[in-house]
Write a protein that binds this ligand. Structure first.
Ligand code: MGD
Ligand code: MGD
Ligand code: MO
Length: 693
């Protein structure tokens, strides 16, 4: 008899999905939607096909010790006791000689939505009890938004439940490609329904994406990194045509006048007219005017920014402006509207989790600059000199900007250890690689981008000698003398029961049986209480209101009001490269699995004008160059991308030819580690390149 077990991906698509694994004779034969998820909660290809990752022939089965140069695949298998002894000894030795801050913690997104099997919190717990470490801050995903948003909205939860789209009369997907990137398991079905209902869904993206085709009613192309300029021009039309909701602005916003002056050019800068923006964004002025009019005349409007618009140079300002737009149009805190902040910040049901202590020694570096921190250390202004890396749930040699620099940084280390399922390029740069289990091989509770929780059963036995990250850390903690503090003597099941005991979930067994717990309110709107009564529920900003102008932000050295900060192209590098997500990968995951790789071969998207100017034909091999490196791959000549922009989906594992050119199409070979400021965040959609046939 086949068994049907509720499971949920524990990976970084910003939210899990309720799924069912069918197990026949000890083998998972199918993964499909959990029917309790109803019409709206669906999985995607990476979940339905997760068996291909689970049963991949290149899964790591034993601990490995490096015997060749860093980056080579020369390892020899060693036993678990030997591997654990070596790691514990080396960590102890480094702590004694240099102090705990010499260990840099890397990775976390591998399994990042599980409450127990969480590559971020387990590592933080372990290294915290170890006595400290150098931590990274900011995150690759949303450093600029994470930095800028509190200046505007304080620490309020500003997201919305996806079900509130039912009430929207206009949807603007500003750089969000939910058909491929999901951002939670519900958006796709909710937006498809909105489109079917006749709600206009406008997508602003340099590419005609699957989202444009499946969910959109209009595609507005714009040059990457120019969102702030286009937003300013939308504001210009709103102000000029009297479409700003003045009573709303008076009541809820602080400093709108200053932005008004800037937009209208009364502060000595040019007016931010649609024609002004058209020249910068490559979007016709009439299109901007029509967008602004429709937006200004339609309530409620949902503006959903993608994370992409803030992984650009000046991305901080794009997010500040999207909040300003939703405030100016009176859509913030209203059902069917949104705050314009990244939608991700609305808490799910209350539940416990495995905590991590904050050690006394914990200097912090911006994650985007981790290779610089290793290479430059204190002499370069970083807070520590790093000698070792502990990597769990990350493949940062590939995912961090500037792959060559990342490799140089690893070469500088005395010691590097990682847990992973595969011998990734990062694992190849480590001294010891410990084989970790897949999420289908352990049970956990998984959080989501919505008011629900999922229980994920163990549906397969751990492969060969692979171990749970939790068990690996328990064994190491034991050797380092803090075993009891790490595990508290608890098993996996003990932890999960305890999390539920600290939750609003009424019945552990029932939750485990169904795999899904739905919070009672699925129509939550962040900031609704503030909008209902701003005196009783002020924001935690200095003014208690939405800070369109922020004096505190001005102290970071950037203007108090959001302004467009554009990256000019350079003569040698006239094309703008964007590096978005592939539908068939999670960052670098699945790139080693042929079934996924074949579905979307790495190609350089290029507009016919740019191709013709260089004598490039579709399918032809091209070389993409930046100051950081060179990539050689086939061109994909298509009108689905704007002229002046090229696109290489992120996540391919690099593969070098004899001249040091990457022939796999690994986007970060081309990206610099110079961050966007003041957040020091990633800017991997602001890369300048040249392309040659
Ligand atoms: N399939 C898949 N889904 C994922 C992930 C994955 O690896 N694979 N990763 C998850 C994670 S960790 C994150 S952080 C999110 C990331 O979510 P996002 O950052 O939103 O995803 P991206 O694919 O980088 O970009 C989304 C869209 O923005 C467009 N774009 C690029 N630059 C610009 C710009 O300057 N302006 C505008 N308007 N559009 C621009 C791209 O063409 C793309 O279609 O996705 C999550 N979902
Ligand atoms: N050019 C460019 N670069 C980018 C981005 C971009 O858009 N463009 N996106 C950025 C973003 S938003 C992010 S979040 C980062 C993500 O960067 P990474 O965190 O490096 O992402 P992954 O490639 O998914 O790496 C996760 C690793 O964890 C392993 N893993 C999975 N599950 C487990 C587990 O349970 N235990 C252990 N021990 N390991 C596990 C996987 O095999 C994989 O090697 O990349 C960033 N890099
Ligand atoms: Mo991310």
């Amino acid at each position: 008899m086949p068994q049907h077990l509720p499971v949920t991906c524990n990976r970084d698509c910003i939210g899990g999905c309720p799924l069912i694994a069918t197990v026949e004779q000890g083998r998972i034969t199918r993964i499909s939607d959990n029917p309790l998820g109803g019409r709206y909660l669906h999985g995607c290809i990476r979940g339905y096909q997760a068996m291909r990752q689970l049963y991949a022939p290149d899964r790591l089965t034993q601990p490995l010790l490096r015997v060749g140069p860093r980056g080579s695949s020369e390892f020899r298998p060693i036993s678990w006791p030997e591997a654990l002894d070596r790691v514990a000894d080396k960590l102890r030795d480094i702590r004694e000689r240099y102090g705990p801050q010499a260990v840099l913690s890397l990775g976390s997104s591998g399994s990042c939505v599980g409450l127990l099997h969480n590559t971020g919190s387990l590592k933080a717990r372990f290294l915290g009890l170890f006595g400290g470490y150098t931590v990274t801050y900011g995150g690759y995903s949303a450093a600029a938004a994470g930095f800028a948003t509190p200046y505007v909205l304080g620490n309020a939860a500003a997201g919305i439940d996806p079900a509130t789209v039912q009430h929207s009369r206009l949807v603007i997907l500003w750089g969000a490609n939910v058909s491929d990137t999901r951002l939670g398991c519900e958006w796709h079905a909710r937006l498809r329904e909105a489109k079917q209902r006749g709600t206009p869904v406008i997508v602003l993206d340099p590419r005609r994406t699957r989202t444009v085709r499946e969910l959109g009613t209009q595609w507005i192309p714009l040059l990457p990194g120019t969102d702030a300029a286009l937003m300013l021009a939308v504001l210009y039309v709103l102000i000029d045509e009297g479409l700003v909701d003045r009573p709303f602005v008076e009541r809820y916003a602080h400093g709108f006048d200053q932005l008004d002056q800037h937009v209208m050019g009364r502060d000595g800068t040019p007016p931010k007219t649609p024609a002004w923006a058209a020249a910068l964004c490559g979007t016709p002025a009439e299109t901007i005017i029509a967008l602004a009019r429709l937006y200004g005349q339609t309530r409620p409007t949902l503006l959903l920014p993608g994370l992409s618009i803030q992984r650009t140079v000046g991305g901080e300002e794009a997010i500040r402006l999207s909040i300003a737009l939703q405030t100016a149009t009176g859509n913030l805190g209203r059902r069917g509207g949104s705050s314009g902040a990244l939608s991700l910040n609305i808490p799910g049901p209350r539940i416990g989790g495995i905590g991590a202590p904050t050690p006394k020694v914990m200097p912090a570096i911006p994650v985007y600059r981790w290779p610089d921190a290793i290479l430059e250390g204190k002499a370069g202004g970083f807070p520590s000199d790093i000698r070792a890396v502990y990597n769990v749930g990350g493949n940062y040699v590939v995912e961090g900007a500037d792959v060559r620099k990342n490799m140089r940084a690893f070469e500088r280390l005395e010691f590097a250890v990682c847990h992973d399922l595969f011998l990734t390029p990062t694992a190849r740069h480590c001294d010891i690689v410990l084989p970790a289990t897949h999420w289908l091989e352990r049970q956990d509770i998984v959080t989501a981008q919505g008011n629900y929780l999922m229980f994920s059963h163990q549906a397969a036995s751990p492969l060969a000698d692979a171990r749970n990250d939790y068990d690996i850390f328990c064994a190491l903690a034991e050797r380092l003398g803090f075993g009891q503090a790490f595990s508290e003597g608890k098993s996996e099941e003990d932890w999960l029961r305890e999390f539920v005991a600290r939750s609003e979930v009424p019945d552990y067994e029932e939750f485990k049986r169904t795999g899904l717990y739905m919070g009672s309110d699925q129509q939550r709107v962040g900031l609704a209480d503030f909008v209902a009564d701003p005196q009783a529920h002020p924001l935690s900003t200095p003014s208690g209101r939405v800070e369109i102008a922020s004096e505190a932000y001005a102290r970071t050295g950037f203007p108090a009001i959001p302004q467009a900060r554009l990256l000019p192209t350079q003569e040698d590098y006239p094309l703008r490269l964007i590096t978005p997500k592939s539908r068939y990968r999670n960052h670098s995951q699945f790139d080693n699995i042929p079934w996924f790789q074949q579905r979307e071969p790495q190609r350089l998207w290029m507009h016919p004008h740019d191709a013709a100017a260089r004598g490039i034909a579709d399918g032809q091999q091209v070389t993409v160059c930046s100051p950081q490196g060179r990539v050689r791959i086939p061109a994909y000549v298509t009108e689905d991308i704007m002229p002046g922009v090229v696109c290489l989906l992120e996540g391919a594992w690099p593969c070098w030819d004899a001249d040091g050119v990457d022939v796999a199409g690994s986007a970060n070979v081309l990206a610099p580690t110079e961050p966007t400021m003041p957040s020091e965040g990633s800017r991997t959609h602001s890369v300048l390149v040249q392309v040659q046939g």
